[in-house]
Design a protein around this ligand. Structure first.
Ligand code: CO
Length: 460
C-alpha cells in the first residue's frame, strides 16, 4: 500500500501556530528542498495566508504563489478554499468565485481543496466546476464534527454528492482535532468503500489524538495524510511529518518521502521556531495538548471565546449554563459543524440566551441570515418554532444564496480603478478591500521612492 504526504508547514502549521506570520523571505531558501522531499503536495496558499500577506506582511499573495511555483516545479501546490466564500465568510457571486479559481490555477495552483462550513455542496459546486475547467485537481473537503446527525451515513451522503460534482479526491477535514482513531478508521473505510475516491485525512494535534488518528486512517486505506515538519507540528498544528513517515514505513507502507530531505527541512525551520518563540509570536502553550475539547465536545477555540465573552461581562460563573445551552442552540439550528463562523455564532447565541434568562430574546444579525438560508442548507432540520419566533412569517430563501447576488468582478474593477494593476489585484480587493487598497498604496509609494532613489543615484 502506498501512502502520500501533504506538507502543511507553509499554510496550516504557519496559520495554527504563528497566526500566519511567516513572510515569503523567511521560507524562500528552503523551497528547493521542499520540492525535493517527495510530497504528494505542498499546502502553501489560501486559508488565512492571503489575508495575512496583505494585512501584516506587506506582500502580494499572488506574487507569493508565483514565486513558490517557480521554486517548486516538481511538487503539486495546494490551497484551501472556502467554496462560495473564497477566503472569507460572506458569499461572493459566481463570476468572482470562478475568476478567483481560474487565476489561482493560472498562477500555479495544482490542487484546490474546497469546503463549506455547513457541508452544503451547493456552496462548493461552482468552485469545483471552475477548478475542473481550469485543469486542476478538486478535492472536496468534508468538515468533521460530532452531533447526533453526523454519522457515517451522513458523511457518505456528502461524499457522494461531492463525487457527483466531479471532485477527484475527498478530504476529511477535522479542524478541531476531535476525530479519534476509531472514528477515523470507520469513516475512512466507509468513504473508500462507498464513495470510491482517494481519501485525504486532515487533522490537528490539539487534543492529542492526531498521530493515532492518522495511523488508523492509513490502516483503513487513506491515500494521503496531512502532516507538518516536526518543528512546526503538534498542538494546534498537524502531526509531525518525520514521525508519520517513520511509522508508515515500519508498518510496511510504500512512502515516497525522503527522510534525508526532511531532516534538512527541519534543520531549516528549527531556528525559525526558536526565533518565533523568543519574540512571543509562537506561544509554547499552543504546542501542547489541550483535552478540553474532548470533554465539552466543542472546539478549543470556541471554548476560549465563550470564556472570554463571559469574563468580559464578569459572568464567568455562568459558564456551565452556557455549555449546557450550546448543544441546544446547535440542535435548534440543525446541527451546523462547529467551524468558523458557525462556532462563534452558536457560542454568542448560547451566551445571549443564558444572560438574558430567555431564549432567543436577543438574536444576532448573523443568526437571522443563517435562518433565512443565506449561509446555505443546514445539515439537519432547523427548529421551525425557533425560526418563527425570530423571523416571523418571513420565508427562508429557496436554492443557493449566491443566485441572488449580482455579478461582482467588473463592478469591483471599476471601483478600485488604476490602483489595481491586474485581475489578480482586483480579486485581492474583492476579498479584502481595505487591506488590499492599503497594500496598493504602499506599493505605489515604495516604487516612487525607489524611482527617486535611482534618479538621485544617476544625478550623483
Ligand atoms: Co486545519
Amino acid at each position: 500500500m502506498k501512502i502520500g504526504f501533504t506538507e502543511t508547514v507553509l499554510r496550516d502549521a504557519n496559520q495554527s501556530l504563528i497566526a500566519t506570520r511567516l513572510p515569503f523571505g523567511k521560507f524562500e531558501p528552503i523551497l528547493s528542498e521542499l520540492d525535493k522531499a517527495g510530497y504528494y503536495s505542498l499546502e502553501c496558499w489560501g486559508g488565512a495566508t492571503f489575508d495575512s500577506c496583505l494585512r501584516y506582511l506587506d506582500e502580494d499573495p499572488w506574487e507569493r504563489l508565483r514565486k513558490i511555483r517557480a521554486a517548486c516545479p516538481n511538487t503539486k501546490l495546494q490551497m484551501l478554499l472556502r467554496g462560495q466564500n473564497i477566503l472569507g465568510y460572506k458569499h461572493y457571486p459566481d463570476d468572482v468565485v470562478r475568476m478567483f479559481v481560474r487565476k489561482s490555477v493560472e498562477n500555479g495552483m495544482d490542487i484546490i481543496r474546497i469546503f463549506d462550513a455547513l457541508n452544503d455542496v451547493e456552496n462548493i459546486k461552482v468552485a469545483v466546476d471552475e477548478t475542473l475547467k481550469a485543469g486542476a485537481i478538486a478535492s472536496g473537503a468534508i468538515c468533521y464534527t460530532i452531533s447526533p446527525i453526523h454519522n457515517l451515513e451522513n458523511y457518505v451522503k456528502v461524499g457522494l454528492e461531492m463525487k457527483k460534482l466531479g471532485v477527484q479526491t475527498i478530504t476529511i477535514k477535522d479542524m478541531a482535532g476531535i476525530m479519534g482513531p476509531t472514528e477515523a478508521y470507520n469513516l475512512v473505510k466507509a468513504l473508500k468503500e462507498e464513495v470510491k475516491l482517494p481519501v485525504v485525512v486532515h487533522t490537528h494535534c490539539t487534543t492529542g489524538l492526531g498521530i493515532a488518528t492518522l495511523m488508523k486512517s492509513a490502516e483503513a486505506g487513506a491515500d494521503v495524510l496531512d502532516t507538518a515538519i516536526s518543528s512546526f507540528s503538534g498542538g494546534t498544528s498537524q502531526p509531525p511529518t518525520e514521525t508519520l513517515v517513520y511509522m508508515m514505513k515500519s508498518a510496511g507502507f510504500e512512502v515516497d518521502v525522503d527522510e534525508k530531505v526532511l531532516k534538512k527541512i527541519n534543520d531549516f525551520f528549527k531556528p525559525i521556531q526558536a526565533e518565533y518563540l523568543a519574540s512571543g509570536q509562537l506561544n509554547p502553550v499552543v504546542m501542547t495538548t489541550d483535552s478540553k475539547a474532548l470533554i465539552y465536545q466543542v472546539p478549543g477555540g470556541m471554548l476560549s471565546n465563550l470564556v472570554a465573552q463571559l469574563t468580559a461581562q464578569n459572568k464567568l460563573d455562568k459558564l456551565p449554563e452556557v455549555l449546557a445551552e450550546t448543544p441546544k442552540v446547535r440542535e435548534d439550528l440543525g446541527y451546523p459543524p462547529l467551524v468558523t463562523p458557525m462556532s462563534q455564532m452558536v457560542g454568542v447565541q448560547a451566551t445571549a440566551n443564558v444572560l438574558a434568562g430567555q431564549r432567543y430574546k436577543n438574536v444576532s444579525k448573523e443568526i437571522k441570515s443563517y435562518l433565512r438560508g443565506e449561509y446555505g442548507r443546514a445539515p439537519g432540520e432547523i427548529n421551525e418554532e425557533v425560526r418563527r419566533q425570530i423571523l416571523g412569517d418571513e420565508k427562508p430563501i429557496q436554492g443557493r444564496f449566491a443566485d441572488t447576488l449580482a455579478p461582482g468582478f467588473e463592478a469591483a474593477k471599476a471601483e478600485i480603478g488604476s490602483k489595481a494593476r491586474s485581475d489578480e489585484d482586483v480579486l485581492s480587493y474583492i476579498a479584502f478591500p481595505a487591506q488590499a487598497e492599503a497594500f496598493f498604496d504602499k506599493r505605489a509609494e515604495r516604487e516612487k521612492n525607489t524611482f527617486q532613489y535611482t534618479i538621485q543615484k544617476i544625478a550623483d
